[in-house]
Ligand binder design. Structure first.
Ligand code: BGC
Length: 856
């Protein structure tokens, strides 16, 4: 992967000629006067979104509307371009698994060109929360368990995105590392841990990269003795982020997160999203008029929005230049997904040297690959190349059999086309939809031409919606019919009420629950003859504020004959007789998503049994894991070839085929720890306590650092990945640099038979004496470099260890304890190859700003 040069002009270049006299150069102070020139009502108006994805324009000052869009796997768009689709990249953890800053840089360019194509100015990404627990619902959206790796990858993404005039919005500030009760819980984090772990990526992105916007999280934070909802947190937003770190961008609320008017306005929040509505608007105007919020405070917020507009080319005279997608986007996504795959076991099967005549492609995720995780990061991909298409294209002459090997679903599947009929009995793809006003009068009725479980085309007067029709059951036997709904509903089958709920639902159903994948209620019906089973679902319209008004009803049907025993047996038989068995297991939309945390690390369904039984008959089977976050693989050591394939994005099947055929090396290294047993996990669950507090009691021992402290053996350690060649570590030389950083030059030789890439990692341990009350991890990542070499060739990795990697936070400052530091250079945290020692002298002259050296 090579770093490509910029092709999309930034706004500064676009209006350069006309703007030399009038366009400010881009410091916050320059925009305060312009902000103050607006009437107060107009200033306050600018501080709440105009829609869910747009900010207000103000013609008088040449401010155009700024458009924002999710999210970390691509750019979804604002919904204003009918039918728009997007480039879908692999999940962020996959990008981190490359440890490849050039790839991250290229991903930033893709974000920028996609954003411009879709008319978007601010991308709500990347997400730099730390993977504190493997069960965290948004684990796949984050980069890593480690702050240094997170900072490096995010830094490259943001720098290249913003170099093209598109703003990143770093999220979610801060300690927003789990989903259960996410708008309610308060994270309690000690200050040292906050600084060294959770703040580190934000600090790097603000101070070293200059990120243009940051999202304040849903949760509250209790840190440095100050507890408050994040959107109100004066200490963290104003004193720390803006005053101390010098953040000059916009702090935007997470969607619907803000509850207060004065506290949030004075706390440091700049922009309420979505809009219109929310706690500012008129109420903020009143607060200013009443003196509870000063005009200076308002002017500062407006100036930040103007500076953002200037940066993205939405403030006259500059204008953003639309960019077409780069021609090699598909190629980039395809290569990235292949390159990010982590070889967990590789005993010689891959890459395949000859074309298999027959391939048994097996597994629930072979039939239905999970290419992106659930929640707000979702985009509508341009296309999805599924595993079958990928293998068929790569092996046109092979005989490929696709077998599911049992379902991994948690819920009953959506009713297949042809099963749902409308109320008149006409074959249709959706039910009859009757929209009613509060007094029960029918406002409209139509037969839905498609049905995906969400319906929001509602007139203002709509109060309820009735769905009616029938499940057309054609097979004799036992059928399962279910409804998945949220809020108030009544579900009837055959004229009888089967289930009902009078639960009130508002935007919290989206923010805090599993509206994406509701549990099912229904009945089991046995029939001898084909027949239509009439149903009706009465639903109360849910008003979810800025998320709009909708009803939610998944209509689900499981026909007779699903026989997992038989499916597994058929898959095993196919594996036994094929030249090559490829088994794809993993999670799915019912398991991994924003909105909830997992309760178990096990693969859903009987997938472990499927793999075990395939391995009994086909020991050389290639096992592929299609999951974002860790799952337990009890059969791992029995398998000869195991690939961790992430959520691979739109080119999924091609990427997999490229790895099988040897086109691209699966060169990924785990950016987190893969547990062997749930009991070993340092932070095994994400549940708040009874007082709704999430206590970060593990302190700085997060992720792999917790494993280092306990000494437990994971299934695969942090940094692990075999690639397809082997490496010898020849020598390492450490040099102290004048700026306080260290440089470790490591010479490695590719002693295998394939060209490949190695991620040379440096971990540090230290016996330096610590200030009282300061805790240090047993061992932590200090730096890394990724190198490539042909077989038999040597190359030198240059690892920069920033001064910060040796520092600790104590008594409101950074300190660099002098004493002995030992650097272990190697292939993962548990595979050191060369050890170097370094004595950090007392009272060093050099170091990072504000650092104090502590004599031992
Ligand atoms: C998520 C954010 C997202 C926003 C807008 C929120 O629920 O937490 O990550 O950017 O919605 O979709």
């Amino acid at each position: 992967m090579t770093q490509t040069s910029a092709t999309i002009p930034g706004p500064q270049e676009t209006g350069a000629e006309e703007s030399t006299a009038t366009t400010p150069s881009g410091s916050l102070d320059e925009f305060r006067a312009l902000a103050a020139s607006l009437p107060l009502t107009e200033r306050v108006q600018l501080l709440t979104g105009q829609t869910a994805w747009r900010l207000y324009a103000n013609e008088a000052i040449g401010l155009q509307s700024i458009a924002v869009s999710d999210g970390p796997v691509g750019v979804r768009g604002t919904g204003e371009i009918a039918g728009a689709s997007s480039a879908l990249m692999p999940s962020p953890s996959a990008l981190a698994a490359t440890w490849d800053l050039a790839a991250a840089h290229r991903a930033g360019e893709l974000f920028a060109s996609e954003a411009r194509r879709l008319g978007v100015d601010v991308v709500l990404a990347p997400q730099v929360n730390i993977q504190r627990t493997p069960v965290g619902g948004r684990h796949f959206e984050c980069y890593s368990e480690d702050p240094l790796l997170t900072s490096a990858i995010a830094g490259a993404v943001v720098a290249s995105m913003q170099a093209h005039g598109v703003a990143a919005c770093l999220k979610h500030f801060i300690a927003n590392d789990s989903e259960t009760a996410r708008t309610v819980y308060v994270s309690e984090v000690d200050e040292q841990t906050l600084r060294e772990v959770y703040l580190a990526p934000f600090e790097h992105l603000v101070k070293d990269v200059g990120v243009w916007s940051i999202m304040a999280a849903y949760n509250g934070v209790d840190a440095a003795g100050k507890a408050s909802p994040m959107t109100d947190h004066h200490h963290l937003l104003t004193e720390l982020l803006k005053d101390e770190l010098g953040f000059d961008g916009v702090v935007v609320s997470d969607w619907m997160a803000t509850r207060s008017t004065v506290a949030s306005a004075n706390g440091g929040l700049d922009l309420i999203m979505p809009g219109p509505g929310g706690p500012w608007e008129e109420r903020l105007l009143d607060a200013v008029r009443g003196g509870a919020v000063s005009e200076d405070t308002i002017n500062d917020k407006v100036a930040r929005i103007l500076l953002l507009a200037h940066r993205v080319g939405r403030l006259a005279p500059a204008a953003p230049i639309p960019a077409e997608p780069r021609e090699d986007d598909e190629r980039f996504i395809r290569t990235l997904a292949a390159q990010s795959m982590v070889v967990l076991r590789g005993e010689g099967t891959l890459p395949l040297v000859s074309t298999p005549q027959s391939i048994a492609l097996i597994g629930p995720n072979a039939v239905s690959a999970y290419v992106l995780g659930g929640g707000s990061s979702t985009v509508n991909p341009h296309h999805i190349v599924d595993p079958l298409e990928g293998l068929r294209t790569a092996y046109p002459n092979s005989d490929i059999t696709l077998l599911r090997g049992g379902s991994a679903r948690v819920h009953t599947p959506p009713a297949a086309p042809g099963v749902l009929v409308s109320a008149t009995g006409a074959a249709s793809v959706g039910p009859t939809v009757t929209i009613k006003a509060a007094d029960g009068n029918v406002l409209s009725e139509h037969v839905a031409s498609s049905w995906n479980g969400w319906f929001n085309e509602l007139p203002d007067a709509a109060a309820s919606v009735t769905l009616s029709g029938a499940f057309r059951l054609t097979q004799a036997g036992t059928h399962r019919l279910d409804l998945g709904s949220v809020g108030t509903y009544r579900f009837s089958l055959d004229g009888e009420t089967i289930a009902s709920s009078d639960e009130f639902a508002d935007e919290n159903v989206i923010l805090n629950s599993s509206a994406n994948s509701p549990a099912g209620v229904g009945a089991t019906i046995t029939i001898q003859e084909p027949r239509d089973v009439p149903f009706s679902v009465e639903l109360t319209v849910i008003d979810a504020g800025g998320y709009g008004r909708f009803v939610r009803a998944d209509l689900r049907h499981l026909p007779p004959g699903e026989d997992t025993d038989a499916e597994i047996a058929a898959a095993v038989a196919a594996a036994a007789s094929a030249d090559l068995a490829v088994v794809i297991v993993g999670t799915n939309a019912e398991v991994e998503s924003e909105g909830w945390d997992r309760r178990s690390l096990a693969l859903p369904g009987r997938q472990d049994e499927l793999v075990e039984r395939v391995l009994d008959v086909a020991p050389h089977a290639v096992i592929v894991i299609n999951a974002g976050a860790p799952v337990l693989l009890p059969w791992l050591n029995r398998a000869k070839t195991v690939l961790w394939a992430w959520f691979p994005g739109q080119e999924c099947g091609h990427s997999l085929a490229d790895v099988l055929r040897g086109v691209t090396e699966p060169a990924g290294r785990l950016p987190w720890t893969l547990p062997a047993r749930e009991d070993d996990v340092p932070v095994p669950h994400a549940l708040p306590d009874d007082a709704m507090r999430v206590i970060y009691s593990e302190g700085v021992h997060v992720g792999y650092r917790g494993w280092e402290r306990s000494g437990a053996t994971p299934a695969a350690p942090f940094g692990f990945g075999l690639g397809w060649t082997t490496w010898r570590y020849d020598e390492a030389v450490l040099t102290a640099l004048p700026d306080g950083a260290l440089e470790i030059a490591v010479t490695v030789t590719n002693v295998g038979e394939m060209p490949g890439s190695e991620v040379v990692q440096a971990y540090v341990t230290s016996t330096a004496q610590l200030p009282e009350g300061v805790d240090r991890p047993v061992r932590w990542l200090a730096g890394f470099d990724r190198v490539t070499a042909a077989p038999g060739r040597s190359t030198t990795a240059t690892i920069r260890v920033p001064s910060r990697a040796l520092e600790v936070w104590h008594k409101a400052n950074w300190h660099r304890p002098s004493g002995l530091y030992e650097f272990e250079v190697g292939r993962s945290i548990r595979d050191p190859r060369i050890t170097l020692t370094y004595e950090l002298p007392e009272r060093e002259e050099t170091g990072s700003a504000g650092e104090v050296s502590i004599p031992s």
